[in-house]
Design a protein around this ligand. Structure first.
Ligand code: GLU
Length: 451
């Protein structure tokens, strides 16, 4: 059996991490099993769907590297993949149920008829008499939640009086038509599943396997992560120049843990390991710091050429470099800086001192220099003569710091922070002697004197 899974978004809002994670788990399972990943757009609700939201979903999926085997722009043998284009098919399927006596019309709407003994009861909530059905409970052996039993107790609408089919109906009809073998979706749909199983039963079709994945909780507190929470939208990470691979890596960890506990790992390895049975039952908690950490780790381990090809346009658009700055120069700089970079978002401020004298200065770093009676200007005056006459290799520079320390009865390291601040405006960063070597003697002396 070839695995066929689908991601079935309704384009009624921005693409948030919960949806992205559902898409990702489907994609991972398809790639792990050599199956097919189908993208089906559930856009039957005309009022709430928009082209703009659809575009955000497709763009975000591309950005995260989730390619689909069937769906919009790709086609496939089971299309169309937009539910809004399948209305005739849904009507035909409705007629099929009506012919079997499993659907009937009442008050302009079409209802699914449950099987079981019927009785009239007064519903306090609705304030009128309704018909209850003693239907057999639907038993679901969920691949994550285990056994779940639930009985529907009254007929339910599958086609509205305005002629629009109901979500439960089209969802199941398409899972049948598209030969879906596994439904992997958010736990918020668990309570719908008994209705879905009733519809499968009405068609006489064996349902697919189900795997309901746990919720994502917000960073603090008991609530579910909502679209309005900070960090909830995939677009945000795109704008903040996160690496898509790092975001994807983090999303994989929301409800799943790699075998050996190593959390930053290549997607090929995640695909190799990914099994539905290993998805957690308990809810996952969103942790933006962890996502940032994974992004930083991924960034620092990129091959140098890849890093430089990402950095170059960012530095250009921030006007930190112009066309005069060569790729060789960037390679030299990032040979010492890449392992200290935290994010691409803040890269321009972090490296501006290599390329311009108008570099960013960190006030906190300056405050550190003068605290406890520190006198950075005096230290720079002491070291200047040694640097003026120094041969410009890291070995010679190192010797100049040592000699100055000896001459003034100080540690060589007393000179590091003032020199670092004067040439880079920062309190930390790449190896200092490397920075001095790359800046060159003239620039370094000018900046020390300027301070
Ligand atoms: N359109 C539904 C949603 O966005 C799909 C549910 C499902 O995957 O079955 O939640």
């Amino acid at each position: 059996m070839t695995v066929r899974v689908r991601f079935a978004p309704s384009p009624t809002g921005f693409f948030h991490i919960g949806s992205a994670r559902t898409a990702l788990f489907n994609w991972l399972y398809a790639r792990h099993t050599g199956g097919k990943f189908i993208l089906r757009i559930e856009d039957t609700d005309k009022e709430r769907n928009s082209e703009a939201f659809l575009k955000v979903i497709l763009d975000s999926m591309h950005w995260l590297g989730m390619d689909w085997d069937e769906g919009p722009n790709v086609g496939g043998n089971y299309g169309p993949y937009f539910q809004s284009q399948r209305t005739d098919f849904y009507r035909q399927k409705l007629q099929e149920l009506a012919a079997k006596g499993r659907a009937y019309e009442k008050d302009g709407a079409w209802w699914l008829r449950l099987e079981g003994a019927r009785s009239k009861v007064f519903d306090d909530h609705l304030g009128r008499e309704i018909e209850k059905v003693e239907a057999a409970p639907m038993v679901l052996d969920d691949l994550i939640r285990g056994r779940v039993e639930r009985a529907e107790d009254r007929d339910f609408v599958i086609f509205r009086s305005n002629g629009e089919p109901v979500f439960h109906f089209v969802n199941v009809v398409d899972d049948i038509a598209m030969q879906i073998t596994h439904v992997i979706r958010g736990e918020d749909h668990l309570s719908n599943t008994s209705k879905h199983l009733e519809i499968f039963k009405a068609f006489g079709v064996t349902p697919p396997a189900y795997a309901h994945i746990p919720l994502i909780l917000k960073t603090d507190g008991p609530g579910k992560m909502s679209k309005r929470d900070r960090g909830a939208l995939i677009e945000e990470y795109q704008q903040r120049r996160y690496l898509p691979g790092a975001v994807r890596n983090y999303l994989c960890l929301l409800g799943w843990t790699p075998a050996n506990g190593q959390e930053v790992l290549p997607i090929e390895e995640i695909i190799r390991q990914f099994e539905l049975k290993d998805i957690h039952q308990s809810n996952a908690r969103f942790d933006e710091r962890k996502m940032a950490h994974i992004n930083t780790q991924t960034l620092r381990h990129l091959p140098r050429e890849t890093f430089v090809s990402l950095a170059q346009p960012i530095l250009k658009s921030a006007q930190v470099i112009d066309d005069q700055v060569t790729t060789e120069r960037l390679n030299e700089v990032f040979a010492i800086v890449q392992e200290k970079v935290n994010s691409l978002e803040h890269l321009p401020e972090f490296v501006s001192y290599f390329f311009t004298d108008q570099f960013t200065k960190d006030p906190a770093a300056l405050a550190n220099l003068t605290k406890k009676g520190g006198d950075p200007a005096a230290r720079l005056c002491e070291i200047l003569p040694a640097l003026e006459t120094c041969a410009w290799t890291e070995t010679d520079l190192d010797a100049a710091f040592t000699a100055t320390g000896l001459a003034h009865q100080r540690k060589a390291t007393d000179y590091f922070a003032p020199v670092r601040y004067a040439v880079s405006g920062q309190g930390g960063g790449a190896h200092l002697l490397g920075i001095l070597r790359l800046l060159g003697q003239a620039k370094v002396l000018a900046r020390l004197r300027a301070f």
